[in-house]
Design a protein around this ligand. Structure first.
Ligand SMILES: [Zn+2]
Length: 251
């Protein structure tokens, strides 16, 4: 299909125009006009670019692209190497950050809920219709150590856990990636547990002192599922050749 048509479809489906973000969403690096194969992945790292080229793709679609607010602007070092490889290979780079966190069908947070058997009830920030963090319930209430095992099985990675009691978790809030600071809002709202990708030193104090179980399940691990679901959606919608490539990251 034509690149223009794909970008247009993604911009309509993910609506990046309605979201304030820290990077440009959409086509970040322009490559070939015709798209025959798309590789999806969490981050447009050098390893993902190399794997995509090897697989014969002409387009990469990621959650973490480039050109973040506050990053050094000169095209040197790692940035030069990545861009050089993309441009030399006429590779398109499409990136959707927050639009892919909050999307109601293929978003990272909704997809993680599906994977971990959590029902979504509302956004964590009552005042924000585009709340990234969500609130819901475990379909089957369980103790924190049991839920930790479920995370390990489903994400293939042992989570960091702060278990504060033996009581069953019923209500839970979560935010994929680096959303650990939302634990404070979850604690104030009396939610039993909070899950994110990463943890900060102070996250554990909030967990213990406010009595909220906390799980850090990995930034990368919790953000695989949005872009993967988006790729599957595109494959169906356009009969496109789409391949998800997981470049492992322990964080
Ligand atoms: Zn992220």
């Amino acid at each position: 299909m034509q690149r223009k048509a794909l970008v247009q479809y993604l911009d309509e489906y993910l609506k990046p125009g309605s979201i304030k973000d820290f990077c440009p969403n959409g086509l970040q690096v322009e490559g070939s006009e015709k798209i025959t194969k798309v590789v999806t992945g969490v981050t447009a790292s050098q390893d993902l670019i190399d794997a995509a080229i090897q697989s014969g793709a002409d387009t990469i679609l990621v959650h973490h692209g480039y050109f973040w607010k506050g990053e050094p602007q000169p095209v040197t070092g790692m940035k030069k190497a990545r861009l050089k490889r993309l441009l030399e290979n006429d590779m398109n780079l499409l990136a959707y950050h927050l639009p892919l966190d909050i999307h109601p069908e293929v978003g990272n947070n909704v997809q993680l809920a599906k994977l971990l058997n959590m029902n979504v009830t509302r956004g964590l920030e009552a005042y924000n219709p585009q709340s990234v963090a969500l609130v819901g319930e475990l379909q089957r209430p369980m103790k924190a150590n049991e839920f930790a095992r479920l995370i390990e099985v489903k994400l293939g990675r042992k989570p960091l856990v702060s278990q504060v009691s033996d009581e069953l978790i019923k209500t839970i809030s979560w935010c994929t990636g680096g959303g650990q600071s939302f634990i404070d809002a979850a604690a104030v709202q009396g939610i039993d547990a909070f899950l994110s990708g990463e943890a900060s030193e102070q996250t554990i104090h909030t967990s213990r002192e406010m009595g909220v179980h906390f799980f850090a399940a990995g930034h990368h691990a919790t953000e695989r599922y949005g872009v993967k679901a988006l790729g599957e959606h595109l494959a169906k919608q356009f009969e496109l050749d789409v391949q998800f490539i997981d470049i492992d990251n322990p964080v």
